[in-house]
Every structure is written in structure tokens, then in C-alpha cells.
Design a protein around this ligand. Structure first.
Ligand code: IMP
Ligand code: MG
Length: 181
């Protein structure tokens, strides 16, 4: 079997992630109880979180959400973030007048989420909030607000797993690991 030759270290276990998702789902179902929110996953990194979060919300009895995705990519495909992200897959529904909750895997410099919030604000949603699983604090270049946060990651680690990749692989790992290429 082909394997990727990097060393990695467990950072956040799937158990810890599931516990956090339950907490976040409680907050969301409380805050959106009278609303019909659109959970807008940012591709590709949010796919696993979207699947788990939507199931937990459902089991809690909160079922009035729409699942939608948008693709955003840094312009260059290198590991470092770009200040000029682009839309790689546009929304397929109209969000005007709707309550939109962005579901993002990780915020690093902040440019991607900032760009996306501006892009979506132009589409005139009634409200626009953000849920971010991981916030890396070491390289933030622009201020961007996070309404629901999973975990803070100190320093300047590179992480993969639970949807996050390192140059296109590593997304399937149920845990989040730090990789040392
Ligand atoms: P930002 O624009 O610098 O905030 O970067 C956000 C995007 O860069 C995320 O949506 C990820 O796709 C990617 N990214 C940043 N840090 C990591 C990491 O440690 N692992 C995997 N992807 C990352
Ligand atoms: Mg992302």
C-alpha cells in the first residue's frame, strides 16, 4: 500500500471533537430555534464536520436546517495561505433574507474567512455567523470574528485530519494530528 512518509502526532482525538460538536450543537439549536438556518460548509475541509454536526443537531431534535456548500481556495496551491482567495464552487441556492451559518474547518491568517464573509454579505442574508472548528492564532493577519469556536491552536502548527489536508491527502483521518513534513 502507498503510504505518506511524514511523522505526525495526535493533537485532538475524534472523541474530543465529538464532545465539542455536541456543545456547539446545543448552542446552535438554542440560538436558531425559531429560525431556518442554512449551514454553509466551506469545501473541502468542512465535509466531515458538516456530516457530524448535522447528525448531532438532528438527534437533538433540531431539524429545520438546510445543508449547502461553497468552495473557496487560496489562489496559489502552496501550503501558505493567499490573500486573494477565489470561489471554486458557487452557492446553488439564494441566501437573500436567510440566516446563514458558515462552517469552516480552520482559520489561519484569516484572509479566507474574511473574503468569504464579504462575498456572502453582498448576497444580503438576514444574518451571517461563523462556526470554526480550529483557530490557529500564531499567524493571524486580519481580524475576523468567530461566533462558535471549536478549539484554539497555539503557535504555528500544521495540522491535518478530520477533513483537513496536507497537499491533498490526510483528510480521512478521524483525529486531528500535527504533521512534521
Ligand atoms: P487562512 O486564509 O490563512 O485563514 O487559511 C485558511 C485556509 O488555509 C483553511 O481553510 C485551510 O484550507 C488552509 N489551512 C490553514 N492552516 C491549515 C492547516 O494547519 N492544515 C490544513 N489546512 C490549513
Ligand atoms: Mg477551509
Amino acid at each position: 500500500m502507498y503510504t505518506v512518509n511524514v511523522s505526525s502526532q495526535l493533537l485532538i482525538s475524534n472523541n474530543q471533537i465529538q464532545k465539542k460538536i455536541k456543545e456547539l450543537a446545543s448552542q446552535i439549536s438554542r440560538d436558531y430555534q425559531t429560525k431556518l438556518p442554512i449551514l454553509l460548509g466551506v469545501l473541502n475541509g468542512s465535509y466531515m464536520l458538516m456530516a457530524d454536526l448535522s447528525r448531532v443537531l438532528w438527534r437533538k431534535g433540531f431539524r429545520t436546517f438546510t445543508i449547502e456548500f461553497v468552495g473557496v481556495s487560496s489562489y496559489d496551491k502552496s501550503k501558505t495561505s493567499s490573500r486573494n482567495p477565489i470561489i471554486t464552487k458557487d452557492l446553488s441556492i439564494d441566501i437573500a433574507g436567510k440566516d446563514v451559518l458558515i462552517i469552516e474547518d480552520i482559520v489561519d491568517t484569516g484572509w479566507t474567512l474574511k473574503f468569504l464573509k464579504k462575498y456572502l454579505t453582498n448576497k444580503k442574508p438576514r444574518s451571517l455567523k461563523t462556526l470554526v472548528l480550529l483557530s490557529k492564532t500564531g499567524k493571524r493577519e486580519t481580524k475576523v470574528s468567530i461566533d462558535y469556536l471549536g478549539f484554539k491552536i497555539e503557535g504555528n502548527k500544521w495540522v491535518e485530519g478530520y477533513g483537513l489536508d496536507t497537499k491533498y491527502t490526510g483528510r480521512g483521518n478521524p483525529d486531528i494530528v500535527e504533521v512534521h513534513p
